[in-house]
Design a protein around this ligand. Structure first.
Ligand SMILES: [Zn+2]
Length: 394
C-alpha cells in the first residue's frame, strides 16, 4: 500500500475558527517539545516506555484529544531518532528544538474529509472544528480514499492540509497533475503551455502603449511640464498593473480548471538574457516581469495552485521535444527549429514547454515523467494577431 500526499488549501478562516486552530497548534507544539525534553531525560526512544512515563502528565498539561497527544509523542520520538542518527555521522548535529510552530498532526480518527461539501472536520477538545477547504476536481476522488495520518501546516498567512491518502491504483497523485509552463518575454508578454492548452499573451498592445507614453512624455519634457510627466508615468504604470492582473488571472484560472501545477522561470537574470537595442532595453527596464510573477504567485496561492520556480537557463535554446540544447536552435526571434530532431515551433511556446518539462522533473515534484504532449490546441487571443501561426509542422 502506497501513500501519496495531497496538498489542499484551507480557505480563509473566520476569526473564531482561526483562533481555535492556532490554539490547537500552539498546544501541539508545546506538547511535542514536552515529549522531546522527557525523551532526552529518559534516554530512550521506545514508544511504550515514553508513553508510560509521559501520558498521564501530558493529559493534564495539554488540552488535546488523546490520539493527538500520541501523535505529538510519535513526532518527538521520530525527531529524536533522526537526531541520534545524524549525531552518529556528525558530532556537531543539533538536537530538535521545534522553535517554529510544528505542523499539527492528525490521527485518522480525528480528521474527516468531505470533498462534496468542501469541508474537513477536525476533532478538538471542544468538539468538532469544521474548516472550509479547496479541493480541485481532479483530487476529489483521491480525497475520498482512505487516508492516513495527515498534517495541517501553516505557510505565511495560508493554511494547508497535507492529506496522506492510502492508494493502490494512484501511486503518485502529484505525478497525475498536468504541468503548465510560462515563458515571459517581450514579443509575447507571456506564453502558457500545458496539456491541451496553449495561450499567447501578445506584447503588441503593451509595446504600443509604452511607445505612446514615451513619445508623449518626451514632448512634455521639452515643454518642461514635469507635473504632467509624473502623472503620465502614474497612468502608464496603472495600465501595466491592470494588464498584469488580467493576464495572471487568466493564467491561474486555466491552471485551476485543469487542476495543474504551474512552473515559472526564476526571474534573476532575465535582463542579462535579453540584450538588444536601446529601444528593447528601455522596454525591458520599464517592463515589470516581477509584478506579473508576484500577481501569479498570490493568485495561485489563493486558488490552491502550486507554483514552482524553475532554473531558466537555456530555455530558449533547448528543444522541447528531444531536449537538445544549442544556440543555433533558435532561427529567428520567433522561430525555433531543433538542429537535431527538426522539431519546429514558436520559440516562446517552445520555451514554455521546456519550463513545464523542467519543472515536472524537478526534485520538488518527486518522481514524475514529463507528461507534455507535442500536440497542443492553440487558443488565440482576440484581435491581436502576431507571428504565432508558426505552431505547425513538427
Ligand atoms: Zn529536438
Amino acid at each position: 500500500m502506497q501513500t501519496g500526499v495531497l496538498k489542499l488549501k484551507i480557505r480563509t478562516l473566520n476569526r473564531g475558527k482561526l483562533e481555535r486552530l492556532l490554539d490547537m497548534q500552539t498546544e501541539f507544539t508545546a506538547c511535542v517539545r514536552f515529549h522531546c525534553e522527557r525523551i532526552s531525560i529518559l534516554g530512550t526512544t521506545n514508544a511504550t516506555e515514553v508513553h508510560r512515563d509521559c501520558y498521564r502528565e501530558a493529559r493534564d498539561l495539554f488540552r488535546l484529544p488523546a490520539s493527538t497527544l500520541q501523535q505529538a509523542r510519535d513526532k518527538a520520538i521520530a525527531a529524536t531518532r533522526s537526531f541520534l542518527q545524524r549525531k552518529k555521522r556528525d558530532r556537531r548535529a543539533n538536537p530538535p528544538t521545534f522553535r517554529e510552530p510544528v505542523p499539527l498532526r492528525l490521527a485518522v480518527e480525528n480528521l474527516k474529509v468531505l470533498p462534496d461539501e468542501g469541508m474537513i472536520r477536525v476533532s478538538t477538545p471542544d468538539g468538532f472544528l469544521w474548516l472550509p477547504i479547496l479541493i480541485p476536481a481532479c483530487f476529489a476522488a483521491a480525497a475520498r480514499l482512505q487516508h492516513a495520518v495527515s498534517e495541517i501546516v501553516r505557510k505565511g498567512k495560508d493554511w494547508f492540509l497535507m492529506l496522506a491518502v492510502k492508494t493502490e491504483d494512484v501511486p503518485s497523485p502529484q505525478g497525475e497533475r498536468p504541468h503548465f509552463g510560462i515563458d515571459l518575454g517581450l514579443a509575447n508578454v507571456a506564453v502558457l503551455s500545458g496539456p491541451g492548452v496553449v495561450k499567447f499573451f501578445d506584447g503588441k498592445p503593451l509595446r504600443y502603449i509604452q511607445g505612446r507614453f514615451f513619445g508623449y512624455r518626451q514632448a512634455l519634457q521639452q515643454k518642461r511640464k514635469t507635473g504632467m510627466v509624473r502623472r503620465s508615468k502614474g497612468k502608464e504604470s496603472r495600465w501595466i498593473t491592470g494588464m498584469n492582473h488580467r493576464i495572471s488571472r487568466e493564467i491561474v484560472d486555466l491552471v485551476v480548471a485543469a487542476g495543474g501545477v504551474l512552473h515559472v522561470e526564476r526571474l534573476k537574470g532575465i535582463r542579462e538574457r535579453c540584450k538588444g537595442t536601446a529601444k528593447t532595453n528601455r522596454m525591458l527596464h520599464s517592463w515589470p516581469f516581477g509584478q506579473l510573477l508576484e500577481f501569479l504567485k498570490y493568485k495561485a496561492a489563493r486558488a490552491g495552485v502550486e507554483i514552482i520556480e524553475v532554473d531558466p537557463r537555456k530555455t530558449s535554446q533547448t528543444c522541447g521535444k528531444c531536449g537538445h540544447a544549442e544556440r543555433g536552435n533558435r532561427l529567428r526571434q520567433a522561430v525555433f527549429k531543433c538542429k537535431r530532431c527538426g522539431h519546429t515551433t514558436h520559440a516562446d511556446l517552445n520555451a514554455a514547454h521546456v519550463i513545464a518539462a523542467r519543472g515536472a522533473c524537478s526534485p520538488d515534484m518527486g518522481e514524475v515523467t514529463a507528461p507534455l504532449s507535442g500536440e497542443a490546441m492553440v487558443t488565440r487571443k482576440g484581435r491581436h494577431r502576431g507571428n504565432r501561426n508558426l505552431e505547425s509542422s513538427s
